[in-house]
Ligand binder design. Structure first.
Ligand code: BGC
Length: 740
C-alpha cells in the first residue's frame, strides 16, 4: 500500500446523491459553445449546475483497486491515481488523473499492458538546461497520457533541492528557482500541448519526505518568495498549468492545502493564478478551512466516509459557513482549465496505440542532453579506440538502468530488468528499465571485448578490472517518494569503486542517482559521469556518451557537496517524531544550494552549473546594459575544440557591495550548439525579480539603485568575466514577472 497516503478503513457508502436543485438558465448546454471564451463557458456551466453536481466536480477518488482502498469508481482508468466523475446531464467530462513527471505511472504495480515510455527523471531533464528539449519530453509523456485515456497528468514537480537527501529530488528541477521554474514550466507546456492538463506540485516547501504529513516548515515569508515560491511562480508563468497540487506538509503553522497565505494570497491573489488547486492525495484536513483558504479539489479520497468535501461541504454551504460563491469559484476554475486546455472539446479515449519507438527516441535524446560529464582527467573519455578490453562492473549494467520509485514510477516497455530488489511494496521495488549500458556499449564497440562483474564480490570486481584496458563502474542509488536517503552510496559501492580503482588506473564511474551523493573515491578515478535515472533508453544514451557518439552537454542543476555537513542541515529531521506536528526551520532562507555554499565559502565537490564536454569553448565579449528594470547581457561563445558540442553559458548577477541572501544568483542561461571553430552570440534578459529583494513592507520586488555585477561563467564557481551595470531604484508589484 502507499504508506504515506491517508488511508480509510470504514465501509463503502452509497455515493450518488440525486440532484437536489434545479438547473438554472435557458439552455443548460449553452456552455458547450466553442465560440465563447473558456471563462464565459465555465461561467455558463457553473450557472447550469445543481449543488450536488458542483460537489461532484470537486472530489477525486483514488483510481486503483487495492485492498486498502475502500472505493474505486468503475469508470476510473485502471491503475490510475485519481478519478472525478463527470456530470453526464451537462456533458461535462470526468477527470482521469495519472502520475507523473516521467510518464504514465501505474501506482507501483507492474501491469504488462500498461507499460509506457519512461522519460528520464525530472532532474535529468533540468540538467539539459534546454527548455525546448523539456517541451519535447513533456509532449511525449503527455501524448502517452492522452493515448491511455487521461486528461490530467500529475507532473510538474518543482520543489527546490534544499535537502540533498530528499527522496523525491529526482522528480524535481534542482536547486535554483530560475532554472527549475524554466525547465519544469517547459515540461508542463509540452504535456499540455496534447489538450490535457497537468499540475505543478507540491505547493509548497515539500522539500523533504520524512514525516511529510506532519512536518511544519518554518520559512521567512520574504525568503520564501525568493526561493521555492519563485520557482513555482516561474513554472506557472512559463507553463500555464491547469492545476497546482498543494502539499502534505504545513508551512508556517498551517497545512499547505488550507493555507490562506499560500493559496489565496500568493497563488491566486498576487500571481493571479486562474487554474485550480487540487490537494495531494489525502492532504485535506478541515472542510471549512480547506474550502475558504483556497483548496478547489479534494483529491485521492480512498473512503467515501472520509472525504472532506461532498456532503460535509454541502452542510457547510447550507448553514452558511462556506458561501456558495466559494464553491462556484472552485468549479469555475476546474471547468475553465479543462475547457482552456482543449481537454473537454477533445476527450481522450483509452487503449490507443502508442508509437513506442518514436517516444523512446525522445527519451533517449533527453538523456543524451542531460547526462553530465563530471570529471575527465587525461581525456579518459570518450573511450579511445585503443581500449580493446572494457570491464563493466556493478549497477546491473548488464541488464538495465535504474528508475526512481513511488507514485511517479513508470514501468518501461519490457518490464523491469531486475526483480526482487528493494522494498517489496510501494514505493518499491527497484525498477530497472531494460536498456543495458553494457549491451549498448558492446554494440557501439564491436571490436572490443566487454566483460562484466556484478560488483557484489570485491575480489572478482578487482580481477575483472585488472584484466582490462579501462574499467567502468556503475554505481546506483535508488531514491523514492515517502522516504529520504543518506548521501552515501548504499551496499558498499564506495568500496567497489575503490577496489576497481586500485586494480585499474583507468577507472571511470557512471552514477545513476536521484540527486547528489558523496564520492570519497573521486580523486582515485579518472572519469565520472552523472547519468541520473536516464529513462527507457538510458543504456543506449550512456553508451553513446561513453564512446563519443554523443558529446555530453548536461550541466548540474544542483550542487554536489563533499560531505552532508556542507548543506544547512546535515541530515533530514523528523524520523524521531511521532504523529504530532513538529517544526523544521529553513534558516538558510533563500540561500539554497550554490547560494548557501557561496555565502559560507564552502567549496563544492562539483558546482551547480558544472558540466564538461569533449570539446572546449571560450566565452567572451560580454556586454550588459540596464533596460528598464532588467539587464540585457550579450556575449559570444566559440567552440575551440575539434568536435561539435553544446555549451551552457551562464549569467550570474550580484549587487556590487552585497546585500542579497547570497553573493550571487543565476540570472539567465543559454545552451548553444556549435560546430568546431564556430562562434555564436547569445543574449540573455535577466528577470527583474532576480535583481530584487522581496519587500515585505510594501509587498513587491524592490530593486535597490546601484551597481550590479554581471558575470559570464560556466558554473557557480567559475570566476568567468564580469561587467558592471547601474540600475535605478525600482519597485515591482507582487504579481509582475518577465515576458512568458
Ligand atoms: C504524491 C503525489 C501523487 C499522488 C497520486 C501522492 O502520494 O505525493 O505526487 O501525484 O500521490 O498518486
Amino acid at each position: 500500500m502507499k504508506i504515506s497516503k491517508m488511508l480509510a478503513t470504514a465501509a463503502i457508502i452509497a455515493l450518488a446523491a440525486p440532484a437536489t436543485m434545479a438547473a438554472t438558465g435557458a439552455n443548460p448546454l449553452a456552455w458547450q459553445n466553442k465560440a465563447l471564451s473558456a471563462d464565459a463557458r465555465a461561467n455558463l456551466l457553473v450557472g447550469a449546475m445543481t449543488l450536488d453536481e458542483k460537489l461532484t466536480v470537486v472530489t477525486s477518488y483514488y483510481g486503483t483497486q487495492a485492498e486498502w482502498n475502500k472505493y474505486r469508481d468503475p469508470q476510473a482508468r485502471r491503475q490510475s491515481a485519481g478519478f472525478v466523475p463527470g456530470v453526464p446531464r451537462l456533458h461535462f467530462t470526468p477527470q482521469w488523473q495519472t502520475d507523473a513527471g516521467s510518464g504514465v505511472a501505474t501506482q507501483g504495480v507492474a501491469v504488462p499492458d500498461l507499460q509506457r515510455t519512461a522519460l528520464p527523471a525530472g532532474i535529468l531533464t533540468a540538467s539539459t538546461w534546454d527548455p525546448e528539449m523539456a517541451v519535447r519530453g513533456g509532449a511525449m509523456i503527455g501524448a502517452e497520457a492522452r493515448a491511455s485515456g487521461f486528461n490530467t497528468m500529475l507532473a510538474g514537480g518543482v520543489d527546490l533541492l534544499r535537502e540533498p537527501g530528499n527522496g523525491r529530488n529526482f522528480e524535481y528541477g534542482g536547486e535554483d528557482p530560475l532554472l527549475a521554474g524554466t525547465m519544469v514550466g517547459a515540461i508542463v507546456r509540452g504535456i499540455q500541448s496534447n489538450h490535457i492538463i497537468t499540475t505543478v506540485k507540491h505547493y509548497a516547501f515539500n522539500d523533504q519526505e520524512t514525516k511529510r504529513t506532519t512536518v511544519n516548515i518554518l520559512v521567512d515569508p520574504a525568503a520564501a518568495r525568493m526561493s521555492d515560491l519563485l520557482a513555482f511562480q516561474i513554472a506557472i508563468e512559463k507553463g500555464n498549468p491547469g492545476a497546482v497540487m498543494c502539499s502534505y506538509n504545513l508551512v508556517n503553522g498551517e497545512w499547505a492545502c488550507q493555507n490562506d497565505w499560500l493559496l489565496n494570497k500568493v497563488l491566486k491573489g498576487d500571481w493571479g493564478y486562474k487554474g485550480f488547486v487540487m490537494s495531494d492525495w489525502g492532504a485535506m484536513h478541515d472542510t471549512v478551512k480547506n474550502a475558504l483558504n483556497g483548496l478547489d479539489q479534494e483529491a485521492g479520497v480512498q473512503n467515501p466516509k472520509d472525504y472532506v468535501y461532498k456532503d460535509k461541504l454541502k452542510a457547510a454551504i447550507q448553514d452558511g459557513r462556506v458561501p456558495m460563491r466559494v464553491l462556484d469559484d472552485k468549479v469555475r476554475r476546474i471547468a475553465r482549465s479543462l475547457i482552456a486546455s482543449g481537454a473537454i472539446d477533445n476527450p481522450p479515449t483509452p487503449d490507443n496505440p502508442i508509437d513506442f519507438a518514436a517516444h523512446e527516441a525522445v527519451s533517449q535524446t533527453d538523456a543524451e542532453n542531460g547526462i553530465v560529464l563530471l570529471k575527465n582527467d587525461g581525456h579518459i573519455l570518450p573511450l579511445a579506440g585503443s581500449a580493446k578490453k572494457i570491464a563493466i562492473i556493478g549497477g546491473h549494467a548488464d541488464v538495465g538502468v535504474l528508475t526512481g520509485g513511488g507514485s511517479a514510477q513508470v514501468y518501461p516497455r519490457g518490464g523491469s530488468a531486475v526483480h526482487g530488489e528493494g522494498p517489496s511494496h510501494w514505493p518499491g521495488p527497484y525498477v530497472y528499465a531494460p536498456s543495458s549500458p553494457m549491451k549498448a556499449l558492446q554494440a557501439e564497440r564491436p571490436d572490443a571485448a566487454v566483460s562484466f562483474a556484478s560488483g557484489k564480490d570485491l575480489d572478482q570486481a578487482a580481477a575483472t578490472a585488472k584484466d582490462a584496458d579501462v574499467a567502468i563502474v556503475f554505481v546506483t542509488q535508488w531514491t523514492a517518494e515517502g522516504m529520504d536517503f543518506p548521501l552515501t552510496l548504499p551496499e558498499n559501492q564506495d568500496a567497489v569503486v575503490d577496489a576497481v580503482a586500485r586494480a585499474n588506473p583507468n577507472t571511470i564511474v557512471v552514477l545513476e542517482t536521484g540527486g547528489p551523493v558523496t564520492m570519497p573515491w573521486v580523486d582515485r578515478v579518472k572519469g565520472a559521469v552523472e547519468a541520473w535515472y536516464p529513462g527507457s533508453k538510458g543504456g543506449e544514451a550512456i553508451a553513446r556518451i561513453l564512446t563519443g557518439k554523443v558529446n555530453p552537454s548536461g550541466h548540474l542543476p544542483a550542487t554536489f557537496g563533499v560531505a552532508a555537513t556542507d548543506w544547512p542541515r546535515a541530515s533530514i529531521d523528523g524520523a524521531e517524531h511521532g504523529e504530532e506536528t513538529f517544526d523544521v526551520r529553513f534558516s538558510e532562507g533563500a540561500a539554497v544550494g550554490y547560494k548557501w555554499f557561496d555565502k559560507n565559502g564552502i567549496k563544492p565537490l562539483f558546482a551547480f552549473g558544472h558540466g564538461l564536454s569533449y570539446t572546449s569553448f571560450t566565452q567572451g565579449g560580454l556586454k550588459a546594459a540596464a533596460k528598464g528594470m532588467t539587464i540585457t547581457a550579450s556575449f559570444a561563445i566559440k567552440n575551440v575544440g575539434s568536435v561539435a558540442g553544446k555549451q551552457v553559458a551562464q549569467i550570474y548577477v550580484s549587487p556590487v557591495g552585497g546585500g542579497w541572501e547570497a553573493p550571487k544568483r543565476l540570472g539567465g542561461f543559454a545552451k548553444v550548439e556549435l560546430a568546431p571553430g564556430q562562434t555564436k552570440t547569445a543574449t540573455v534578459v535577466v528577470d527583474p525579480r532576480l535583481l530584487a529583494m522581496w519587500d515585505s513592507a510594501h509587498p513587491g520586488w524592490k530593486i535597490k539603485a546601484g551597481k550590479y555585477r554581471v558575470t559570464l561563467a560556466t558554473s557557480a564557481t567559475d570566476k568567468g568575466s564580469s561587467v558592471e551595470v547601474t540600475l535605478p531604484a525600482a519597485h515591482l508589484p507582487a504579481g509582475r514577472g518577465v515576458a512568458k
